[in-house]
Design a protein around this ligand. Structure first.
Ligand SMILES: Cc1ncc(COP(=O)(O)O)c(C=O)c1O
Length: 383
């Protein structure tokens, strides 16, 4: 059985040590003292909103251009997601956000999308004036030059480091005297450990980064897929559809709840260790350099501000279908932020979000994207 070498969407585990770039002290690291670790940031949204005291039926304002993973915890906790549109470029527009505010609104979630910091001062002022909570979603931000201002802040270190899971959340005013312990059982912990170890190993194997490990883990993978099609052939989980799918093609809210399930537990051991032990700022300079390399060679890529460590490279095409097919054929993983949207949201009511989701896709620029991978990605983009 042959497995193509994948350009992975996230960094993968390698036997060599990543370089430290201490000027980019990661958010997770900076907030070590106050934050709480959890399985994923979505779990942090779920636990954090509850810790803020929201009640069933309270409304939470969410961006219409979103990853369903940030809607699932709101719905699962019994709160009502209400959506607001972003501006034409996908940036936060306080006026549009304010227009969505109703008498039942208790919290607003704002995202530093792709790692580009938003100015949250107007939203902070709005929340203060209306007695609402600000949820600052920094899951795509490795580093923020400004201090977070949210009542609840979310971080997702596993998106930047070679771990399979690991979220973090903290409350501006602390957690109070009696934090609820995460619900864990021995079998739950063991299952999480095995799943975690397998995911780290599989991603590393798929990217051919593992040295001796490569061979050992390869044996496990070959056994696992004996007589079955290799999952690495169709590796990208991102939906390729360029046009709005029909209602029948869309996953239901229950499907999304299962896919992005909220696991109220601590991150599994190996991932937690990889995050804790990562050198300060690991991968930050490589991300910036990769972004700049593509920006020089592709049209329409906005310049990278001096204080931004990008999450992925967002690109837009009026008809993204052909380019996405080429990326798949080249085994390059990509994401399509905003697809599928939350099923109970009417995309037509949010024209900017709908256009950005249907024309946008994001390619990896993390620390494992080396010169050969960059050329491969550029070749697939240019056809
Ligand atoms: C903006 C945003 N918020 C929250 C999440 C959920 O993060 P996690 O995967 O850590 O649960 C995601 C997931 O990709 C995201 O893109």
């Amino acid at each position: 059985m042959r497995f193509p070498q994948v350009v992975p969407e996230y960094p993968v585990w390698t036997p060599s040590r990543a370089a430290a770039h201490p000027q980019w002290r990661g958010l997770a690291e900076r907030t070590e003292a106050d934050g709480r670790r959890c399985s994923f940031a979505r779990t942090g949204i779920f636990l954090g909103l509850k810790a803020l005291g929201l009640q069933s039926g309270d409304e939470v304002l969410l961006p219409a251009w979103h990853c369903a993973a940030l809607v699932v915890p709101v719905a699962k906790a019994g709160f009502t997601p209400i959506f607001y549109d972003l501006d034409e470029n996908g940036r936060l527009d306080p006026a549009r956000l304010e227009a969505a505010w109703t008498s039942k609104t208790r919290a607003v979630l704002a995202v530093h999308l792709f790692g580009f910091a938003e100015d949250l001062a107007p939203v902070r002022a709005l929340c203060d004036a209306r007695n609402g909570f600000l949820v600052e979603d920094a899951t795509q931000a490795y580093y923020l030059a400004q201090d977070p201002v949210g009542d609840l802040v979310l971080v997702s270190p596993y998106k930047f480091l070679p771990a399979a899971e690991g979220g973090e959340y903290w409350l501006k005013d602390g957690f109070g005297p009696a934090p609820a312990p995460p619900e864990t059982t021995l079998t739950g912990t063991l299952k999480a450990f095995l799943k975690d170890a397998y995911h780290i190993g599989e991603a590393s194997f798929a990217a051919r980064r593992g040295g001796l490990w490569q061979w050992l883990f390869g044996a496990v993978i070959r056994l696992r897929y004996l007589g079955r099609p290799s999952p690495f052939q169709v590796h990208s989980k991102a939906p390729a559809n360029a046009v709005p799918p029909t209602a029948d093609d869309l996953p239901t809210a229950d499907d999304l709840m299962e896919k992005w399930h909220v696991a109220p537990r601590a991150p599994a051991k190996w991932s937690a260790r990889l995050v804790r032990r990562a050198p300060p700022g690991a991968g930050a300079e490589e991300r910036r350099a990769n972004y700049a390399w593509f920006a020089e060679r592709l049209e329409g890529v906005s310049a990278l501000p001096d204080d931004v460590v990008p999450y992925m490279l967002p690109l837009f095409r009026d008809e993204p279908g052909p380019v996405l097919a080429r990326l798949r054929r080249a085994s390059i993983q990509f994401q399509r932020y905003g697809l599928p949207p939350w099923p109970e949201m009417d995309f037509a009511a949010f024209p900017n979000a709908a256009r950005l989701a249907h024309t946008g896709f994001q390619i990896p620029i993390h620390q494992n994207v080396d010169a050969a991978a960059r050329e491969r990605i550029l070749g697939a983009l240019n056809g």
